[in-house]
Design a protein around this ligand. Structure first.
Ligand code: AMP
Length: 543
């Protein structure tokens, strides 16, 4: 017997319709690529998204067509999220930090019909165009005043002209909630990027789950600034959770430096923000130098890479911000776990509580997870056993877009994350490594992330990476590669001595190398494949 409730499909357009009706006057403020701030309301954003949907229809875009964006977090990108997905097409957000060949590959692989881009990317797009023949039109996201006088682009259009030529008289169509809504390619470190194709249903379910008190904890009283870009996993879903909850939205545009962010936090009364550890390091350094405090910022999410405990402590104790560690990936929409304490942990000592807060956290509703050994056997939740992290749920990818082997991801019914983790008896998951990065010394695993976190906790160290290097006796031993802070002095011996008493003796790196900088992927993660190439053939000195 079926239930007797209305069968209204979950659709992305419904989020903006809701915000425009019930939070009509709530603002969206954006810093623009052309310079200056733009300010309007959800009601106005809704009307312009409908104008855009009319324009797309006229350009021949229909159900399931891919429309690309190469853009910062701004109100125009927000309109594209709703205009494209809302009309039934697929909003393909492209990460401009990818290598040129990868950009060409994904635009062609996605078969984007139109490509919308910010002024910042004009010369990049001019180089891409000859290699992306399937793109019919290129749309510059600006007004007439900023259009270039000359360009090599075959069919360049102006975003504001396109909107101005269309009315907002548009009814969002009804369709199956499993319809594809958006596409985001993950930047593999070795393979070609792979496309994760989200649906309206997965996006809405993720928004509900992410909004919950032990997740982002969003409310209509919040002012939200996503530093995490809209070109990477939909800015962790914030462009959807903000209208769902009626939050004021502040979009930083290309201004991701600490001074620009701080100015927006203070000027717009931001209460909640989200981003990767690198951004928060920069902000912390800036605020320490200038002796600044936040007036309104209370909550912050850090994720995308492991957050060193020293950073969590600094935001909490020096800047009075409740900083939550979260884990996720493109394939999980992205939120998988968030770290907030359970009631029985509130009686623990501050140090014990802090040790829990450094973990990646508990599964949010909609995500089930387990850890397994090499034979696929489930491992205990004892906080000690390490294993491959597997997840499943309604907003987790079941296969990649245009995959050669459909169904390959879910043969076991679980998605293999490629991360290695422990889960403690209270359900807190802690990532110890990417599976390709684990170091096995004498048959036992050593967590490179834990060694890196300790290194960056040292005041002289700016960034650290630990890789496994072949060793005649132990098969592999950890090599610590670090970037020192400017003007700081520390010897290799001092750094190794610093590990004494903090980890088991056999975990202490075998050697230290100083470098000017470490290699990163387009999304700012340490590129250990490159580092391993750089140190191929490395030999430890005999001790
Ligand atoms: P992406 O799909 O590009 O967002 O990358 C996802 C990967 O980033 C995950 O599989 C993890 O390896 C890493 N990651 C994300 N969040 C965290 C975190 N809080 N701690 C450690 N690694 C993380």
């Amino acid at each position: 017997m079926l239930g007797l409730m209305m069968n209204e499909p979950l659709r992305i357009a419904g989020l903006l319709e809701h915000a425009a009706k019930w939070h009509a006057e709530t603002e969206i403020v954006s810093r623009l690529a052309e310079g200056g701030l733009h300010r309007y309301t959800y009601a106005a954003a809704h009307l312009r998204s409908k104008q855009l949907a009319n324009a797309l229809s006229e350009l021949g875009v229909s159900n399931g067509d891919r429309v690309g964006t190469l853009a910062w977090n701004t109100h125009r990108h927000f309109e594209l999220y709703y205009g494209i997905s809302g009309m039934g097409a697929v909003c393909h957000t492209i990460n401009p930090r990818l290598f040129f060949e990868q950009l060409v590959y994904i635009i062609n692989h996605a078969e984007d019909r139109l490509l919308f881009f910010d002024l910042t990317f004009l010369s990049l797009v001019e180089k891409l165009a000859p290699q992306c023949p399937k793109v019919e039109s290129w749309v510059l996201m600006t007004g007439r005043a900023h259009m270039p006088e000359a360009t090599t682009l075959p069919d360049l259009r102006c975003y504001e002209d396109l909107l101005a030529a269309h009315t907002s008289d548009y009814e969002w169509p009804m369709f199956d909630e499993n319809t594809a809504s958006s596409l985001c390619y993950t930047s593999g470190t070795t393979d070609q990027p792979k496309g994760v194709l989200y649906s309206h249903r997965s996006t809405l379910l993720h928004s509900y789950a992410a909004s919950l008190p032990d997740g982002f904890n969003c409310s209509a009283r919040d002012v939200v600034l996503p530093v995490v870009p809209m070109f990477h996993v939909n800015a962790w879903g914030i462009p959807y959770t903000a209208p769902m909850n009626g939050c004021k939205l502040v979009m930083p545009g290309p201004g991701l430096d600490a001074a620009s962010l701080y100015e927006l936090y203070e000027q717009e009364g931001v209460t909640f923000t989200a981003g990767v550890p690198t951004i928060w390091f920069g902000l912390l350094t800036f605020m320490r130098e200038k002796k600044l405090q936040f007036t309104t910022l209370k909550k912050m999410i850090v994720g995308g890479a492991s957050c060193p405990p020293a950073l969590l402590k600094a935001f909490d104790e020096e800047l009075s911000v409740e900083i939550r560690h979260a884990w996720g990936m493109s394939e999980t929409s992205p939120l998988g776990t968030v770290c907030t304490l359970k009631p029985q942990q509130l009686n623990l000592s501050p140090d014990e509580q802090f040790a829990i807060q450094t973990k990646q956290g508990r599964a949010i509703f909609g995500v089930d997870m387990k850890i397994v050994d090499d034979a696929g056997q489930e491992l205990p939740h004892d906080g000690v056993a390490f294993g491959d992290l597997l997840v499943r749920g309604p907003f987790i990818a079941r296969e990649y877009f245009g995959a050669d082997q459909p169904g390959g991801l879910t043969a076991s019914g679980w998605f293999r994350t490629g991360d290695v983790a422990t889960i403690d008896p209270a359900g807190f998951m802690q990532i110890t490594d990417r599976s390709k990065d684990v170091i096995k010394s004498g048959g036992e695993w050593i967590s490179s992330i834990e060694l890196e976190n300790l290194a960056v906790g040292h005041p002289a160290i700016a960034e650290a990476a630990v890789i496994g290097v072949p060793h005649p006796k132990w098969s592999e031993r950890p090599l610590l590669v670090v970037v020192r802070k400017p003007d700081s002095e520390i010897s290799k011996q001092e750094l190794l001595a610093y590990y004494e008493g903090k980890v088991a003796r056999w975990w202490i790196p075998e050697a230290v190398e100083f470098v000017e900088q470490l290699p990163h992927t387009a999304t700012g993660k340490l590129l250990k494949t490159k580092l391993r190439q750089d140190f191929a053939g490395y030999e430890f000195e005999k001790r």
